[in-house]
Design a protein around this ligand. Sequence first.
Ligand code: NI
Length: 261
Amino acid sequence: MGIIDTHAHLYCEDFSTDLPDVITRAVNASVDKIFLPNIDETSINQMLSLCAEYPGLFYPMIGLHPTDLATDYKEVLDRMEQLLEQENDFIGVGEVGLDYYWDKTFYKEQQEAFERQINWSLKYGLPLMIHTRSAHKELIDILKPYKSKGVRGVFHCFGGSEAEAKELLTFEGFMLGINGIITFKKSPIPEILRKTVPLYRLVTETDAPYLAPTPMRGKRNESAYITYTITKLSEIYGLSVGQITEQTRKNAMTIFSKATE
Ligand code: NI
């Protein structure tokens, strides 16, 4: 039983020249499932063809990333929802959420798009892959009314405070997505995990090509580097690499129940 990378964008341009090598390295590093959150309309075909080429390794999601929202977002979401209405292989709705770090132009629109996609998650019985940056309060405000409705998923790329971790964990159907940032020298996240986050509430991810862990920091990230994150988790929780792999895999499969076979 191998490692699951619950969040990677291996279909994107950064991997166009050496993807087979990237995949070989991932498999050699014991990664045996890689979940692919979508970004926008232009990424769907590449993502789906990658999944068709490597069945049982790659699993697609559908959704509109909050930083890729434009004035036509309603039509884009209409077309994405048509894909959900047809027979499909999507294992989740993602990546969706709120990002007010760089740009608040679509402040309200981001919230509307997010809420619509939360409703897809419930309607189609798929977990959410949620991205939030500089928007913790807005996230909680939008998600709270859905708490009792069985909403589930991953708070991807957890990088918040201890209080924020505690608040996120009150959403019982959710895991925190943990990636290479826990290996960064001054990261406060390891201490927050140790104090606040039980191992059964987290999943591992890379967010490749972004956020490469130490000692690859600054380089293009890829799924094989998830082993640095697993090793760091084994230090944090005082368990073996095998135990971390097994538990985080179980957590990921609890959320992404469609990613079997
Ligand atoms: Ni992402």
